[in-house]
Design a protein around this ligand. Structure first.
Ligand code: SF4
Length: 403
């Protein structure tokens, strides 16, 4: 294959790795077939990433993956110099601003990782490239490779794929969870001991493939919270399983994207709202209810917490109110220093979703008018006021309301 064909093939193959990218719908394919994604950096800037595999030839046989060993299709690889040169050309042409380099595992994890690291080293040392590099750490990589990866990359990631060995075995029979967790622990240790400035800033991430192994959200989120707490991950990504033709899981049903969305909403509750795993509410199967967002469900199960008086509430209390997020909470606290907040319009001006917040607050001691939005959020139906009030007073066992 020539370079253009390789880029087409290995860019296409990288599309299922979501860490660091913003999702399938945002990617752009240029006229040479190169896949370019927007990605948010830790400082909030968005950059265009060239997202690509070093090789699509794999020693492993993960059941959901297009690159699995037993699948018959053309394999190809970049040499480090070739990929570094290609990236440099794209960078100089201002077509990309960063590199996300992942790979299948060929000739052992360390052998492949050596070439990925060599690509990054050539960029840093020969091309004097100072921009963003995200390197995937391959399952089974040694301490030495992990350490070198953190010396050249801004961000590293390891795909955990599943929240336990039982579930991982159903997706990737060649993989051991310990081989995936070990590099995450090593990176954590390296960062604690100092590490390079650039990787200290962007940190490490992971990704779960959601739904193919039958794992419940409860286990995914319990693992997610402990990854944030114990290993200080920068982000956890969730990728709803989509069956791919020619893989052993091709007949499995796709995981609804709404499930992925609810997981991301909960991830936000951990990272930005101060929620803990113990506070989450699941259905009988251990999954997040799909019918309403997890914060709304928490609010409806804690009527004793409400109403919150917006003019006196702490930041933590405001963040529990549906319709108030970190930014609007900050603006409310600042805004009320100038004078009392009295109307939903006052809240709206400060960035809150006032209709959503209305059933859960008082403004200067008075309950604002509400509440159709509350019921609509739950069921999409139009209620009378009595029904909406009943919904507010739900007993904690009545999850059936949200399905
Ligand atoms: S290790 Fe598994 S998921 Fe990764 S490329 Fe190989 S078969 Fe695919």
């Amino acid at each position: 294959m020539d370079t253009t064909e390789k880029v087409q093939t290995l860019g296409e193959a990288a599309r299922y790795d979501l860490c660091g990218a913003c999702g399938e719908s945002h990617r752009v394919k240029d006229d040479m077939g190169r896949w370019i994604y927007p990605a948010a950096l830790p400082d909030g800037k968005t950059v265009k990433l060239l997202k690509i595999l070093l090789t699509n030839a794999c020693d492993n046989n993960c059941l959901y993956c297009l690159n699995r060993k037993d699948r018959d299709f053309p394999r190809t690889s970049f040499k480090p110099e070739e990929l570094a040169h290609l990236f440099d050309q794209l960078y100089r042409a201002e077509m990309v601003q960063g590199l996300f380099l992942s790979s299948a595992v060929r000739g052992g994890p360390d052998h492949t990782m050596e070439q990925m690291i060599a690509t990054a080293e050539i960029l840093r040392h020969n091309y004097l490239y100072r921009g963003y590099i995200h390197l995937k750490i391959l399952p089974g990589a040694s301490w030495g490779c992990v350490e070198r990866a953190t010396q050249v990359a801004d961000r590293v990631s390891v795909n955990l794929e599943a929240p336990g060995q039982k579930w991982l075995g159903r997706l990737a029979p060649d993989k051991e969870l310990d081989d995936l967790l070990a590099p995450l622990r090593w990176v954590r240790r390296l960062l604690e001991e100092g590490g390079e400035r650039r990787v200290r800033r962007a940190g490490q991430t992971t990704q779960f493939v959601v739904g193919a192994a039958g794992e419940p959200d409860k286990e995914i989120l319990q693992t997610t919270e402990s990854l944030y707490r114990e290993l200080k991950l920068a982000r956890v990504y969730f990728s709803a399983f989509q069956p791919l033709e020619g893989t052993p899981l091709e007949d499995r049903p796709a995981t609804p994207l709404l499930r992925e969305h609810r997981l991301y909403q909960t991830d936000f509750l951990f990272r930005k709202y101060g929620f803990t795993f113990e506070e989450l509410i699941f259905d009988q199967e251990g999954n997040l209810p799909l019918g309403a967002d997890p914060k709304m469900i928490w609010a409806l199960h804690h009527p004793q917490f409400f109403p919150v008086e917006v003019n006196r509430a702490t930041r933590e209390e405001l963040l529990r109110v549906p319709g108030i997020g970190p930014r609007s909470a900050r603006r409310i606290i600042k805004g009320r220093r100038m004078g009392r907040l009295r109307t939903l319009e006052d809240l709206r001006r400060l960035g809150a979703v006032a209709k959503r917040a209305a059933p859960f607050i008082t403004l200067s001691g008075k309950r604002p008018p509400f509440q159709l939005s509350l019921w609509e959020a739950l069921s999409g139906k139009t209620p009378d006021k009595g029904q909406a009030l009943t919904a507010l007073a739900l007993p904690t066992s009545e999850l059936v309301y949200y399905r």
